[in-house]
Design a binder for this molecule. Sequence first.
Ligand code: BDR
Ligand code: CA
Length: 311
Amino acid sequence: ARKIIIDTDPGQDDAVAILLALASPEEIDVLGITAVAGNVPLPLTQKNARIVCELAGKTDVPVFAGCDVPLSRKLVTAEHVHGKTGLDGPTLPDPTMELQTKHGVDFIIETLRTEPAGTVTLCPLGPLTNIACAFEKAPDIAERVQEIILMGGAYFEVGNITPAAEFNIYVDPEAADIVFKSGAPIVVMPLDVTHKALVTKPRNDTFRTLGTKVGLAVAEMTDFFERFDKDKYGSAGAPLHDPCVTAYLIRPDLFTGRHINVEIETQSELTLGMTVADWWGVTDRAPNALFIGDVDSDGFFDLLTERLARL
Ligand code: BDR
Ligand code: CA
C-alpha cells in the first residue's frame, strides 16, 4: 500500500476523500492526517478530521493540527459553501479521539525524514500552507517526497472564489508557489476534472441506500454541499473535488491529463492565485505537474460506492 499523509480542511468533500482512503487499506496506508485552516478555521478543521476518522471507525489514525493562517495573508474561509461547521449536513457526534500534540508541519517533516526516500506521498486537499511551511523549514524533504497529489487550481473552468482563482490556491498563493517550484513530482486535480465528478440525485440515492452510517452521512453531506453549486452555477450535483485525489491513488487509469508547466500568480490583485497552466505548450517553461483534465465519472462513482460500502 502507498504511504500517504492527507493534508486537509474538512469540508464535506475532504471528508469523502478521507473516507475513501480509509476504506482502501490495500492500496492506501494513511500515516497521518494534518489539518490546515481553509474552508473553516483550524479549530474546526482539526475537529472535523477527527469526526471523520471516528465515522470511519478508524480512531488509530493520528490527526495533527497544522497552520492556522496562510503564510503571509489573512485567512479567507468558505462557510458560504460548507456551512458554519465546515461539515454541515449530517449530525455527527463530537470526536472522542484526541488531537496529537505535535504540530502538523513537524509531523510532515519527521515522517519524510524517517521513512525511506521516495516512499511517502502527500495529498493536500486544502490551501498549501502546511506543505509549503514544511518545505521552507526543512529544505531537504522535497526531494524525499514520492509524489504530491493535490486538489487545486483550474484551467478552462477558471475560478470558483474569484473569476481567476480556485479556492485552495487563492487562500495561500505564496504557499502554492513554493510547492509548485519545489521540484517534487506533482499531480493536480483542478476544477476542470472535479466539476465532472458530480453527485447527481441518483448517485446521492445510491449512497443513501447503502444503509450504513457512512452511506447516510455521505448522502447528507453531499446534499448540503450541492446547494452552493446548484444555486450558483445550475450544476447537476455536488462536485466531489477532493475525492479525486484519493481515487487517483487507487485507480489512476480513471484519469487523463497532460504533463505541463504550471505557475502561480502571486502579484496581481485581479488574478491572484490563478494557476497559469501551459496546457498548449506555448512556452519553453519546463513541465512541473501532471495536470488532470478528465475523469471517467461513472468509474469514479462505482469505485467510491464500492469502497464506502466497506466502512
Ligand atoms: C476546494 O475548495 C474547498 O472548498 C473544497 O474542499 C476543495 O478542496 C475546491 O475549490
Ligand atoms: Ca478541501
